[in-house]
Design a protein around this ligand. Structure first.
Ligand SMILES: [Zn+2]
Ligand SMILES: [Zn+2]
Length: 86
């Protein structure tokens, strides 16, 4: 078991090559994909809860998949395709 890069807790997820414990993962906006149950940090990071603009205005250069991570929690195009089948 590896340790979180920020504290002495054991890590539970890998994000961009570094390990994070639950506390630090949640701090960075950790999500759980409703399709594959994977826990991950959205590519765009944590959305500012005080910023109520449309997500396209906050992240004009983001991809639809990146925005879906923040809006629905779906982690990838594959999961999105799976979701659409049902
Ligand atoms: Zn930590
Ligand atoms: Zn997924």
């Amino acid at each position: 078991m590896t340790k979180c890069r920020h504290c002495i807790n054991e890590s539970m997820i890998e994000h961009e090559g570094s390990s994070l414990c639950t506390t630090h993962a949640i701090e960075r906006g950790m999500k759980k994909c409703p399709q594959c149950s994977k826990q991950y940090i959205p590519t765009l990071g944590k959305r500012d809860p005080n910023d109520d603009r449309c997500i396209q205005d906050i992240y004009p250069n983001s991809t639809p998949t990146e925005r879906e991570q923040l809006m629905t929690g779906i982690c990838s195009d594959d999961c999105w395709d799976m979701r659409m089948k049902y």
